[in-house]
Write a protein that binds this ligand. Structure first.
Ligand SMILES: Cc1ncc(COP(=O)(O)O)c(C=O)c1O
Length: 436
């Protein structure tokens, strides 16, 4: 089958909401490390990793060998039976997690991990109301959509009740019109007003991502979580930290994104990079919180032997190969390169943000005149230009004007330089063509 036929059949048989990147979507067939090949034999540098999921590179030999061996032993039994991979992974995760997150429940996706977290928070506190963040993303289930605060992904007008959305710590577009140097994290302090005015005053919890992934790698200021979580706890709520995008060393130098903020979560969720692309989600909580869920709970596919084995092997690679540190080192190279690009194209690149190997640039009409109108035209053009030159990147943000860059954690400096080179050439070509 050729790539045009694949695209045609995809259009014919998949729901229209299954959006693909690019005017002519790429049909990928092979991957190795940070490199991908399509059905027409064209190769690409992969700087999005299937949405921050291929954490240790495509076809990682250690992960694949472990998975192949497990496939030949045992493929599935459900959570009704204890298995070797599930206990090994649970032991690893709970030992790596911050604080007293000693208990673990496995699912097949990040959405289910967040669903589990909210249920635990509600049962533990005996309350219903949950605070989430504007521009946040929590998944595609009814509750996931309700927690999500980005209209693009809120297809259902009727949402789960009891969810309030707080202002996002989005410094580049401060919801209060303040400057980060002098704001005194007013957005975090507003949580108190939000709780007192829009809830019963007794909240179950606060769910937030350390860096808002789908939101466009919106990176809260250093003090944000200490202030926000203290307020939530004062009103009896627990802190649910969604590490679906930020976990497993992605932010560089730390295993978890929240560790950069000096706050310990009561519940933590993870998925994506946990198993290098095998479907797996996990919710971790304290023993106290675990004791509040007295009903049974089954996840047919949750932590199945194949995904759990991939998880153990992926964590092994991250730890043994020093990838948390590599993400910090390579992240610094990537960040410096993006800042250099911003100096070269100061009109269009309004903001550079992120941590480690989770870096974004936000494209606007004209930063030199402070016209921050989202530049979706330039974003789409950059997508096509980089694809032409063999680089795959991500896109995001509520306004669709943020480029998300997140290669595998074992990316090398050569690959980063190549990607930066392609980005530079692409911007230059857009400038020459009058797109900027
Ligand atoms: C922060 C965050 N939470 C939850 C989810 C939902 O995960 P999944 O798509 O695996 O259901 C995502 C997915 O992008 C996410 O970015």
């Amino acid at each position: 089958m050729d790539s045009a036929t694949v695209r045609k059949k995809h259009k014919e048989h998949l729901l229209g909401c299954t959006a693909n990147f690019y005017e002519e979507p790429v049909v990928l067939t092979d991957g190795k490390g940070c490199h991908l090949t399509d059905l027409d034999g064209k190769t690409y540098l992969d700087f999005f990793g299937g949405i921050l999921t291929v954490s240790v590179g495509h076809a990682n030999p250690r992960v694949n060998a472990a998975v192949k061996a497990q496939l030949d032993r045992l493929g599935h039994v459900s959570t009704l039976y204890p298995t070797l991979p599930i206990v090994e992974l649970a032991e690893k995760l709970t030992s790596l997690a911050p604080g007293k997150l000693d208990k673990c429940f496995f699912t097949a996706s990040g959405t289910e991990a967040d669903e589990t977290a909210v249920m635990l928070a509600q049962l533990h506190t005996g309350r219903q109301e949950i605070i989430a963040l504007r521009h946040g993303y929590s998944g595609r289930s009814m509750l996931g959509q309700s927690l999500t605060a980005n209209s693009t992904y809120r297809a259902l007008p009727t949402q789960v009740a009891g969810i309030k959305h707080a202002m996002a710590p989005y410094c580049y577009r401060c919801p209060l019109g303040k400057e980060p140097t002098s704001c005194g994290v007013a957005c975090a302090k507003d949580l108190e007003e939000l709780i007192r005015t829009t809830t019963t005053g007794k909240v179950a919890g606060f769910l937030a991502e350390p860096i808002m992934g789908v939101g466009g790698f919106v990176t809260p200021p250093k003090e944000y979580f200490q202030v926000a979580v203290e307020i939530v706890r004062k009103y009896g709520g627990v802190f649910i930290c969604d590490e679906v995008q930020t976990g497993f060393g992605r932010t560089g130098g730390k295993m978890w994104g929240i560790e950069h903020y000096g706050v310990e979560p009561d519940i933590m969720t993870m998925a994506k990079g946990i198993a290098n692309g095998f479907p797996l989600g996990a919710t971790l909580c304290t023993a106290d919180i675990d004791a509040s869920l007295k009903h049974g709970s089954i996840s047919t596919f949750g932590g199945n032997p194949i995904s759990a084995t991939a998880g153990v092997a992926t964590l092994g690679v991250i730890q043994d190969d020093g990838l948390v540190e590599n993400a910090a080192r390579m992240g610094a190279v990537l960040r410096a390169g993006l800042e250099a690009l911003q100096r070269r194209f100061p009109k269009t690149i309004g903001d550079v943000r992120g941590m480690g190997l989770m870096q974004a640039i936000e494209l606007v009409a004209d930063e030199t005149t402070k016209d921050r109108t989202p530049n979706t035209k330039a974003t789409l053009a950059l997508f096509e230009e980089t694809k032409k030159r063999g680089l795959l990147i991500g896109k995001g943000g509520t306004y669709g004007n943020t480029i998300r860059i997140a290669p595998a954690l074992n990316v090398g400096s050569r690959e980063i330089e190549d990607a930066l080179g392609i980005l530079g050439e692409s911007f230059a070509s857009m400038q020459a063509g009058g797109v900027l």
